[in-house]
Design a protein around this ligand. Structure first.
Ligand SMILES: [Zn+2]
Length: 242
């Protein structure tokens, strides 16, 4: 087993959504040392966010989430170049935002935005990590174009439609748990070259992890056929959805 920490250190990462799932992801990756991190979110911090979004405090209420998270991580003095994008990802701005990135991390709570990221990933050949939290549960999957099933492969052919997370209905610690487990999947892939094309389901009440094998579908409209209906619509989609 080779140790390739340099593969992580070279990564330019784009984190979509600066909420609960992204708090520890951004912190861990910046401390570990990746090349760059973009944090993308047009939303504003509210008092109700603070329980799950552990980087923010009362003094951050009213600030843009991407700007606040970026300044908090910069204040730690880590080496990664951190950039705030105080916008929502959509079908018009995605190329400028993620076009120079090596990895997209989905930390949103929207199935629609997640499908948009899936099309962006397949179109630009950029891997993405899906993180999703709901109540006491979370789901994770690393999607690598050409090597694993994409999100559409799951929903079209394997009846594995991921949960639509809602931060109004999630236990306070679950987004942080999703962050840490998600980073472990990234380390497995980029450092140890481990890629199992599974989707992981964790039930924190039962303290149980289940992994389900998935596979690419030759008939998948997105990753095999190259149809990108959300990107082709060329209207603003994704805005206000995470
Ligand atoms: Zn697919």
């Amino acid at each position: 087993m080779s140790l390739k920490s340099h593969e992580m250190e070279k990564l330019n990462v784009c984190i979509i959504g600066a909420g609960g799932n992204s708090s520890l992801v951004s912190l861990l990756l910046s401390h570990h040392g990746v090349s760059g991190i973009k944090i993308v979110d047009g939303d504003i911090i509210e008092h109700t966010n603070l329980e799950r979004q552990v980087l923010f405090g009362n003094s951050d209420i009213g600030r843009n989430k991407a700007i606040a998270m970026t300044s908090i991580i910069r204040s730690q003095g880590t080496f990664a170049k951190i950039e705030a994008i105080p916008e929502y990802l959509d079908s018009l701005n995605y190329s400028a935002i993620v076009g120079d990135c090596d990895l997209i991390i989905d930390c949103t709570d929207s199935i629609l935005t997640r499908n948009l990221i899936n099309e962006i990933s397949a179109s630009l050949k950029i891997p993405w990590l899906m993180t999703s939290s709901l109540e006491n549960s979370l789901e994770l999957k690393l999607i690598v174009p050409g090597r694993t099933a994409c999100l559409n492969c799951l929903s079209e052919g394997q009846n594995l439609t991921p949960i639509n997370c809602s931060y109004d209905n999630v236990e306070f610690y679950v987004p942080s748990l999703a962050s840490i487990l998600g980073v472990s999947i990234l380390v497995n892939y980029y450092k140890y070259s481990l890629l199992d094309d599974c989707i992981y389901f964790y039930d924190s009440k039962a303290v149980t992890m289940i992994k389900v094998q998935t596979s690419r579908r030759d008939s998948c409209k997105v990753c095999s056929m190259g149809n990108f209906p959300l990107l082709d619509e060329k209207h603003i989609i994704g805005r206000s959805l995470y």
